[in-house]
Design a protein around this ligand. Sequence first.
Ligand code: FES
Ligand code: CO
Length: 325
Amino acid sequence: MTIQDKTLLDEWHPVLLSSALTDRPVPVVVLGEKVAVFRTSDGVHAFKDLCIHRGVPLSLGKVKSDELVCAYHGWSYNGCGTCTRIPSLPANRAIPSKAKAFVYSCVEAHGFVWVCLGQPEGPMSKVSAYIPEGFKEVWMGPYTLQAAGPRIIENFLDVSHLMFVHEGLLGDSDYAEIGDYQVHEEDGVLTSEEIVVYQPDPDGTGRGVHSRYVYEVYGPLSVAFTKRDRDTDHIFRLFLMVLPESEQRSQAFMLKQRNYAYEEPDDIFIQFQDLLIEQDREMVENQKPELLPLDLQAELHLNTDRLSIAYRKRLRELGVTFGTA
Ligand code: FES
Ligand code: CO
């Protein structure tokens, strides 16, 4: 498949949690392209997952002396993709100059490995500039979803589903009304005004809670919300970055930040998120059409959907076609 979507081709996509990339190459899929990701002493690398010799996936090989060694005939590629050794070649023969791996841009930051298939706009994904330091962090995912990336992002931006899909956890269907809010854009980042969700008794103490969400959209497939408790100044932030494997299959990566409950084990947060994702899965894997319609006449919008509308407009402006209709 040839991808026409220059915006997503030039975008950095998270492909792995840093912790998942150790001493073996790992196969990933970005926009339908198979990519082998591996780590050497000087960092992370991404190659087209195909050895030029006989077409075996390079991800079947191993990393040895900071080089990627193909599993089939042992050709060895350095981090720049240059073949440095062909074991079957007599010592007096030069390595053919065409013996190269196809190299993609690859960086590691904020606990993720990122790949760009095209010409990256900058040395890192835009979202990374918005990931602040100094918080307790938990990484989650990737969650495999049989859904279009933009559908998954829009579900994350959708406040009015919290009281139904996540009733009892994030909302209460008796308190489903959402006040009007606006969405602003600055430097290509969309930011919502505070959106308030009320739960009369979330933890059985009879004490109601107002959750105040501010959403931000950094890129076509990277978003976050921040929840700030006015009394305690507790900040809870959740980033979602979606890797589009194909138009209808994605990996959702999440990073949670908080400035409270430092002692709380990460598992509790991860299990809670796992549960929320399973609830969302049933929605996003069954939506029709599967691809997110960017024509605002398709589907029906309310004022409470302002964020979704702004997101669809943004995708349109950016010319995103992969995963949209
Ligand atoms: Fe990779 Fe032969 S196919 S070395
Ligand atoms: Co949800």
